[in-house]
Design a protein around this ligand. Structure first.
Ligand code: UDP
Ligand code: MG
Length: 302
C-alpha cells in the first residue's frame, strides 16, 4: 500500500481539491493507497474539510495538531502515522504535480527506495530571495554531501527509509536534507512547480529566515568552523600589525597609525560579537534538544 502524507496549514479550500485529484489519479492506476492529512493547527475550517473527506472515503485519514508546529513536524507526524509500504509527501496546494506520484510509485516498484522530486524551476522569486536561497542551499548541500538546490519535500520513501527517519532522536530535523543524508538506493524525478491552487504561501521573509537559520544550525556546524577560520585570519592580521607597530616604535614614528588601531578594534569587536551570536545559536539548539520536548502534539484524529 502507498501512503500519501499531506501537511496542511490553513488550506480549507485546497483539501477537497487535493483529495479528489489524488484519489482520482491513484484509482485510475489501481494503486492501493491511503491519504493522510496532517492539520498543522489550522485556524480556518481545514479540520472540518478533512473530516468531510474521511466520511466520503475511509482510506482518507487525518490527524490534527494542538497548535501550529510547522511543516517539518507535520511531515514527521505523517510519516509516523502512515501505514504504507512506501510513503509520498506532497503539498496540499497542488504545487507538486500529483500525476508524478504514479511515476514515483513505479520507480519504487522497480526497486528504488527513495524517489526525490526535483524542481525544474524554482517558481517566481525576487533577486534577493534567490540569492539567499542559493547561499542557504550551498551550505546545506555541502553538509548533506549532495546537491539540494533543486530539492523539495515532494518525495517517495520506502518503509525502511521512513523508519530510519522517524527513529532519529533529534527534534530539529530538516526533512529535505536528512532524507538525502540517510542514503538508500535513490533516484530523482523532475517536475515543474505550479502556481498555488488557492490562498497564498504561508512563508513570510521573517519565517523563512528563521527556518533557514534553524535548519543550518541543526544540520551543519560550518558556521562554527567559520568562526575559527575568522579567528585565524585575524591572528595573522594582528601579527603583521604588531610587527609594523614594533618597527614604528623602534624607528621613533610610533604616534602615527592611530586610524589603523581604531579600525582594527572595530573589526575585531564586531567579529567577536557575531561569533558569540553564532555560538549562541548552537547552544540554544543543544538546549532545545536536551529538553526533549516532542516534535508535535496530536489533539484530534479521524
Ligand atoms: N504547511 C504546514 N505548516 C506550516 C506551513 C505550511 O503544514 O506551518 C504546509 C502547507 O499547508 C502546504 C505546504 O506546507 O501544504 C507548503 O506550504 P506553502 O505552500 O505555504 O509553501 P511554499 O509552497 O510557498 O514553499
Ligand atoms: Mg506551496
Amino acid at each position: 500500500m502507498l501512503s500519501v502524507v499531506i501537511p496542511a496549514y490553513n488550506e480549507k479550500n485546497n483539501i477537497k481539491k487535493a483529495s479528489e485529484t489524488i484519489c482520482c489519479i491513484l484509482d485510475r492506476e489501481a494503486i492501493p493507497f491511503e491519504l493522510l492529512f496532517v492539520d498543522d493547527g489550522s485556524s480556518d475550517g481545514t479540520w472540518n474539510e478533512i473530516i468531510d473527506q474521511h466520511e466520503i472515503r475511509n482510506n482518507i485519514r487525518g490527524i490534527s495538531f494542538s497548535r501550529n508546529f510547522g511543516k517539518e513536524s507535520a511531515i514527521y507526524a505523517g510519516l509516523a502515522e502512515s501505514k504504507g509500504d512506501c510513503v509520498v509527501v506532497i503539498d496540499c496546494d497542488l504545487q507538486h504535480p500529483p500525476e508524478k506520484i504514479v511515476d514515483m510509485y513505479n520507480l519504487w516498484k522497480a526497486g528504488f527506495e527513495i524517489v526525490e522530486g526535483v524542481k525544474n524551476n524554482r517558481g517566481k522569486e525576487s533577486g534577493l530571495h534567490s540569492f539567499a536561497a542559493k547561499c542557504f542551499y550551498d551550505l546545506i548541500s555541502d553538509a548533506a554531501g549532495s546537491d539540494l538546490r533543486h530539492a523539495s519535500d515532494y518525495k517517495l520513501l520506502d518503509r525502511k527509509a521512513v523508519n530510519a527517519l522517524i527513529n532519529m532522536p533529534e527534534k530539529n530535523s530538516f526533512f529535505r536534507a536528512l532524507s538525502s543524508w540517510i542514503g538508500f538506493k535513490s533516484t530523482q524525478i523532475e517536475y515543474d512547480v505550479r502556481e498555488r491552487e488557492d490562498g497564498e504561501t504561508k512563508w513570510t521573509t521573517r519565517s523563512l529566515t528563521r527556518y533557514a537559520i534553524n535548519n543550518i544550525t541543526s544540520f551543519t556546524s560550518a558556521p562554527i568552523h567559520a568562526v575559527t577560520l575568522l579567528g585565524g585570519i585575524l591572528f595573522i592580521l594582528s601579527f603583521i600589525l604588531s610587527i609594523i607597530a614594533i618597527y614604528q616604535k623602534i624607528a621613533g614614528t610610533a604616534l602615527k597609525g592611530f586610524t589603523t588601531v581604531i579600525i582594527f578594534q572595530c573589526i575585531t569587536s564586531s567579529i567577536i560579537m557575531i561569533s558569540l551570536g553564532i555560538i549562541g545559536f548552537y547552544i540554544s539548539k543543544i538546549y532545545e534538544e536536551i529538553k526533549g520536548r516532542p516534535r508535535y502534539i496530536v489533539s484530534k484524529r479521524t
